[in-house]
Unconditional design. Structure first.
Length: 139
């Protein structure tokens, strides 16, 4: 790979669109030569963030245009960042038994995780640095 590469996708925030989004990201990761063991980790973390959008982002909203966006950027230095973006509302909820592990999984896999919540929606940014074994820090 020479220079930064990126993938930018926008689609309906539905369960049916999650699988094609995952396949497109997997193809992008293969194209930029991410090792298979790292691909599985990235797809797991991003899959959790996408599932959160599908399940929660638009739950209490009256808008009819439920979209999600994925932006992945790879660089020559074994770094990767993936943003999962929605235009819904981030809901702080009390923990439920056997639920609420998605962000915990994301933080366990990614090197760094940040969540930007505002009136325009929510952006979850996951940074993966394949040179280090360090895991997520809130940013």
């Amino acid at each position: 790979m020479t220079g930064p590469s990126q993938l930018h996708l926008r689609c309906a925030a539905t369960a049916e669109r999650a699988r094609p989004l995952r396949h497109a990201l997997g193809a992008f990761l293969a194209a930029v030569d991410v090792e298979r063991s790292n691909v599985d980790d990235v797809l797991t973390a991003v899959g959790e963030a996408v599932a959160n959008v599908v399940e929660h982002a638009y739950r209490y909203q009256t808008i009819s245009d439920f979209e999600m966006e994925l932006l992945a950027r790879a660089d020559d230095g074994n770094g990767l960042s993936v943003d999962v973006v929605d235009r819904g509302r981030f809901l702080e909820r009390p923990p439920l038994p056997d639920r609420g592990f998605g962000l915990m999984i994301v933080r366990a896999i990614a090197t760094q995780v940040s969540i930007d919540k505002n009136e325009l929606g929510t952006r979850v940014r996951m940074v993966f640095d394949f040179r280090r074994g360090e895991r997520a820090t809130e940013g």
